[in-house]
Design a binder for this molecule. Structure first.
Ligand SMILES: [Fe+2]
Length: 432
């Protein structure tokens, strides 16, 4: 009892949050009951954007002969279209994965509900495609894991009207235990089968074992993203466009120096961004560049030194990162300082994983840091039109989503920042 009291006092003392809110401790792993199904039954269904008006449907079967076929249509139970995809599987020490199916469907109408079935059996799923134009809403939560807090975060996201989920790394926290990838897939299926989940990798996806296993074997097999569609040669970095937004997913755990393939690809991708078609430019990666928490302090410095000049020359509006298990929002920044034509950086590694929260901050709060709080939660980004977006962060106050931070963000193209001088700099930097 005394220990509980002492912990509570310590929590309150180290808080930067309102005095009436006591930050919660980590919760235990969340276990979904798993009822045995036929081996060809689709499980762990999730979808992701796969090029213009196309969606990749991913699922797993225990049965190796199950077909990689998706039947779909706009009315329940009536499938007037069918697509056949590819499949893969992997071994990891003593674990053998099921058959992992990836099937691209489309072309699909914008902003429409589709009903679909995987492998010609099992339940019917439904998905909604994103709109063709703004407005669009993104749900954002990183470092999810699979605890009771993860479930709480997912339940809150489920209550929000959103089009696409963005995840800046650290998904399952399987940490080499491969069946935890399966339980994570089952946990997120209700949401991830209904809206596209666009993810990038975190440190918990690496799972390499020297001399025995390369990195990202499980992640790349299970969470295939549209890297081929965006001219990348690696699932660890790619881009996509949706409803007037160009989104770049970078890899904190892929090489990023100026001689690297990721750097070369990023320059090429940025040179293709057309702000008339996509007035908003977003970037996601795992390890934050602007972080005033003591956790993971300075870890993003090398990547920042290599790549921030490119992002700045291209006038990136918003950068979303995870890794630090807390929430922080910066002012517009560049090169470590407040800059009216820089990017807003948000750290949102607070999905609810088993490692708990990062409570300790550097004091005094740096000038560039606008808001910071160590709580679990999720973000919502509603891009209203070519000039304005509304960002809000909702902490899991006990089990209720409580809006704790919000701000209107104006796009850089409407702020006089994408001028001739910057265009010249951009052209110079992006020239191969
Ligand atoms: Fe991480």
């Amino acid at each position: 009892m005394e220990l509980k009291l002492l912990l509570t006092v310590l929590l309150i003392q180290s808080a930067t949050v309102p005095a009436d809110y006591i930050r919660p401790p980590p919760r235990k792993a969340f276990h979904l009951p798993w009822h045995s199904k036929p081996s060809s039954y689709p499980q762990q269904v999730h979808i992701s954007l796969a090029g213009d008006q196309h969606m990749r449907v991913t699922w797993i079967t225990d049965d190796n002969s199950a077909p990689s076929i998706v039947e779909y249509g706009t009315s329940p139970g009536q499938y007037d279209s069918v697509a056949e995809g590819e499949n893969t599987s992997y071994s990891y020490m003593f674990y053998n994965s099921g058959k992992i199916h990836h099937t691209v469907i489309g072309p699909l109408e914008h902003d429409s509900v589709y009903y679909y079935r995987c492998g010609q059996q099992g339940p019917e799923f439904q998905l909604r495609t994103p709109p063709a134009q703004l407005p669009i809403t993104f749900a954002v939560a990183g470092d999810l894991g699979q605890t009771g807090w993860t479930k709480s975060t997912l339940d809150h996201i489920d209550q929000c009207k959103y089009n696409v989920h963005l995840l800046p790394g650290d998904l399952a926290y399987a940490d080499y235990i491969q069946r935890h990838w399966d339980s994570f897939g089952r946990l997120v299926q209700p949401l991830a089968s209904a809206r596209p989940w666009m993810v990038t990798q975190g440190n918990h996806e690496v799972e390499s074992i020297p001399l025995l296993k390369d990195g990202f074997v499980s992640y790349n097999s299970r969470w295939k993203m549209p890297f081929e569609e965006s001219g990348s040669n690696s699932n660890l970095f790619y881009s996509f466009e949706v409803a007037g937004v160009h989104i770049i997913m970078l890899g904190s755990y892929a090489d990023y120096d100026e001689y690297s393939e990721q750097y070369r690809w990023l320059k090429e991708d940025l040179s293709k961004v057309d702000r008339k078609r996509t007035p908003w430019l977003l970037v996601l990666f795992h390890v934050p560049w602007y972080n005033s928490n003591t956790a993971h302090q300075g870890e993003g410095a090398d990547m920042m030194a290599a790549m921030e000049p490119l992002l700045n020359a291209a006038s990136v509006d918003l950068v979303l990162a995870g890794h630090v298990h807390a929430y922080e929002r910066s002012k517009r920044v560049y090169n470590g300082r407040v800059d009216s034509c820089g990017s807003v950086h948000i750290t949102i590694g607070d999905g609810g994983n088993k490692e708990g929260l990062a409570h300790k901050y550097i004091n005094p709060q740096p000038i560039w840091s606008e808001f910071r709080e160590a709580s679990f939660g999720h973000g919502e980004l509603k891009i209203v039109n070519s000039t304005h977006a509304f960002w809000s962060w909702h902490r899991n106050d006990d089990d209720e989503p409580v809006k704790s931070d919000d701000i209107w963000i104006t796009s850089l193209i409407s702020s006089g920042c994408v001028d001739q001088k910057r265009n010249e700099l951009r052209n110079k930097l992006m020239t191969p």
